[in-house]
Design a protein around this ligand. Sequence first.
Ligand code: GLN
Length: 554
Amino acid sequence: MVKYVFVTGGVLSGIGKGVVTASIGKLFQFRGFTVDAMKIDPYLNVDPGTLNPIEHGEVFVCEEVWRFQPVPGQVFNIAEVDQDFGTYERFLDVDMHPQNNITSGQIYLTVVLKERFGEYLGKTVQVIPHVTNEIKKRIVEASFRRSPDVFVVEVGGTVGDIETMPYLEAIRQLRLELEKDQTVLVHVTLIPYLGTVGQHKTKPTQHSVKALQSMGLQPDIIIGRSDKLLTEDVKEKISLFCNVPKKAVISDPDLETIYDLPLVFEEQGLGELLCKLLNLKDNVNCERVDEWRKLVERFKNPRDSIDIAMVGKYCQITDSYISINEALKHAGAYFNVKVRLNFIESEEFEVNPGKLSILDRYDGMLLTPGFGVRGVEGMIMSAQYALRRRIPFLGICFGAQLMFIAFAREYLGLKDANSSEVKPDTAHPVVDLMEEQKKAKIIGGTMKLSARKIKVVEDTKLYRAYGSSEIIERFRHRYHIVPSYAKIAEEKGLVISAYDVEDGSICGIELKDAWIIGVQFHPEFKSRPNKPSPIYLAFIRNILENKKKSNNKT
Ligand code: GLN
């Protein structure tokens, strides 16, 4: 029997509900239970692939593609999911499935298509019961795909939002239909600290719990996000006004590293309480907890630090690059080093090219993924600068494509080299639309997506990083490095280091004489705190070696 933990959010969005959801999963893993997770996104996009990262953070890519079939004969490929899936994978070390990301777009598309196909013939199609039934069906079906011991369901948005209501109603019905000890409701809310009165304020939480109660939902556990641990007084107040026992009010304080949260929860007895409510045996495996604790210590006690320039076009919110940020931190922690990320909006270089010299201040540069035209020239300029100065640099996806454009401009004499994505009429489209992409009629879900087998060329830096000639990494792109131009570049010191086994496209480029590497895939999606991505590890290792050399010189 699958047990369900529903996680809702109160007061504000962006308070780390994803990390709470993942940490709850971890508590069950500490006890040897199998765990899977689901995220509900109440927006009308079918998947987040068509969203700008500045609006909603990174788009995460799963290992597999899900063939979403709302009605027979209508299939949509889905591999792009909410960024919280990255958090789940990093905490739980489980590959998430795209079927576990419900969006309102998928739900409404299904209901409307079913109506057209006559599935509700003679009936008035309504939010209740048709939409709520579809939601319940999706939750249960997804939970049965792996049938874990515990299925943690995170409801996106904030209680009180109009668009979240059908989901809360579906959860109310599910809780009624399932066994009493089969579901738990956890409400994550913000407890702000008011400096003027020197107090943590519980009123917003009281209001948000009232809103939940008015929909027939009583939380079992309240998790209070705040700057510090909540005092006994504050817990008592929340307990009294929100109708939960005091021991079910749990602190979620600011932490040095998010990976510490499962341990902070464990210390407060959250794992024990969840097991009790779900009637599960509370058998903590101390070895597992200690293993996690050791890992967290690496993040908390770095011996050294390095600085990376993160050049990109979505730097207003650092969540746009969250998997890259985490992959760099994982690799840093492996060497007991803190990786400081310095985000630089590439448009600044376009306005003021003199500013490029700030790149000299950093130990390395990461050229980020992206789409479209804005800010791209600045990214190419930074790649050209790094090539000239031999700054260690890793280009990811778009970053690799722009690295190639910079190489063509610098060393092949093609001053107007560009990507046809950026300048469709360029004389030298050294990056161009992939052949099979030319057939795509719709935009959503039609990129080259998910994991593919890659052949790594021996005797390259990429090969040394992975220690293997065959790897599997995840993709999300439409354009590619054009082989005829890459051939010419090879004569000028560029090495092609990897190919897609299936379609033969170029997946890796590097400089013969410098640690400058571009990969068309997204290795960050597979990096876990305890299993850093090989290429990110090689990047940090190279930076540390450079530092050592320059320290020896001085
Ligand atoms: N815009 C580029 C493409 O579609 C790169 C995509 C990316 O960086 N994920 O090929």
